[in-house]
Write a protein that binds this ligand. Sequence first.
Ligand SMILES: Cc1cc2nc3c(=O)[nH]c(=O)nc-3n(C[C@H](O)[C@H](O)[C@H](O)COP(=O)(O)O)c2cc1C
Length: 360
Amino acid sequence: MKPLNLLEYEPLARAKLSAMVYEYYAGGANDEVSLRDNRASFERWRLWPRVLRAVAERDLRADVLGERWAAPIAVAPMALQRMAHPEGELAVARACAALGLPYVVSTMATCTIEEIAEAAPEGLRWFQLYAFKDRAINRDLVRRAEEAGYRALVLTVDTPLLGRREGALRTDFHIPDGLREANLRPYEQGQLADMREQGMAGQFWRTFLREDNLSWDDVEWLQANTRLPLVLKGILRPDDAVRAAEQGVAAVMVSNHGGRQLDSVPSSLDALPRIAEAVRGRTTLLMDGGIRRGTDVLKALALGARAVAVGRPVLWGLAVDGQQGVEDVLRLLLDEFDLAMALSGCHNLAEITRDLVERV
Ligand SMILES: Cc1cc2nc3c(=O)[nH]c(=O)nc-3n(C[C@H](O)[C@H](O)[C@H](O)COP(=O)(O)O)c2cc1C
């Protein structure tokens, strides 16, 4: 029997993946307090449904950064998707396109920016950037994303260094033979190539990525060097979100990186209402972290998100059944969200208001 919900995909995927790949995908940092809280926090909010509202016709479509999505749900950027299935990012891109949902492609994808665009030309894609010290590489990655028709640039700002994920350490994580971060190939010369050959991920990160020195100046630099709207991903504090809004950032993705960076930070859902209150509509808010149920999407929207992104369940669907598995996962989430809208008396996203939820 097919899984009945997103949560049921995880054990099925686990049975198909090596312990190393499963741990890399599933794990969080240190004690995984924030990882668990991403889920637990959804149970701390209750819904107050409206009744007798003739909800037979419902419109799930979302307008985000000038684009129309089939629903307020994107696929979050996640590295190394070919470890889950030989088609990797291509399968995810096709599944998203089939459902009219956007796909955020990671810098650390195992297919190139261009291959992913070609796999589903009709799909809506954003590109997630990890910034390199060498600005010529950043400029080139941005140019490639622009030329391949990506619609927004997502700068991840919560990863100055990689968090300490003990599951990955315990299983001696390395990129399996034959796979690599495909986007970086044109820039692999000299020392960078040597390090890639030797699979030294941590050292590679520190040596070539600018991440540990990333600052608001880089945000400005990116804004000046792209015509795409800029999204900052990984903000938890209201003051950082306000600064992003004041600097003209198109959207902020409230996120704790799926609990994989600093452990003991609040869940994304707990950070969201504070940020919404501080930002007061001056920038678009997105969130990810722990979205598994249609009611989770409803709660996040009620607390101020324009849309959400879903991470690990997409990898589980991909591992279980490739493109079809990803479509099944996204379809389940869409159907659950549609049901939650009907049962709470909402015809469209504008009716998902703050008074629909209360913290218990
Ligand atoms: C295996 C894995 C790889 C990830 N790789 C990236 C990445 O390359 N860039 C990035 O910005 N976020 C990355 N993330 C974080 C996700 O974009 C997202 O914030 C998080 O997974 C959402 O939480 P969820 O998995 O609970 O839905 C990764 C997450 C996972 C699980």
